[in-house]
Design a protein around this ligand. Sequence first.
Ligand code: HEC
Length: 112
Amino acid sequence: MTNDLKSLLLGGLAAVGAALAFAAPAAENWENHCAKCHGADGKGQTKAGRKLQVKDYTSAAEQAKFTDAEAIRATTEGIKDQAGKERMKGYGDELAPKEIEELVAHVRKFKS
Ligand code: HEC
């Protein structure tokens, strides 16, 4: 193997390593569990999000409507409408409390 090829390969590996280290678990969890409704960008402009009329979390006014504790509780236990119908399921049995806390911090970052 030539030295050029070696350094190319090593450089590639370093880039992959950096990308993995950078991908915070919260960003991954958001993508896997939450983005379907809330959108990758938190605006809720997805098919499911529009149907459920999720709020735009880039809006400071919307974010002011819930505390971190309320958001953690909603994410853990889920959200029901007034008739008791589920609007968002609870993630308490899939995600660790720490992951949920980090997801709420992730939600806060959408705010402009
Ligand atoms: C099936 C669609 C759906 C999915 C998936 C979903 N949500 Fe929701 N979420 C909603 C709806 C509907 C609401 C209520 C309307 C609103 O506040 O936007 C809501 C509200 C919220 C709120 C506001 C809570 C409050 O107290 O007002 C937070 C925070 C939240 N979701 C976080 C999450 C996180 C984190 C995930 C992923 C683990 C997630 N959601 C996945 C539909 C969803």
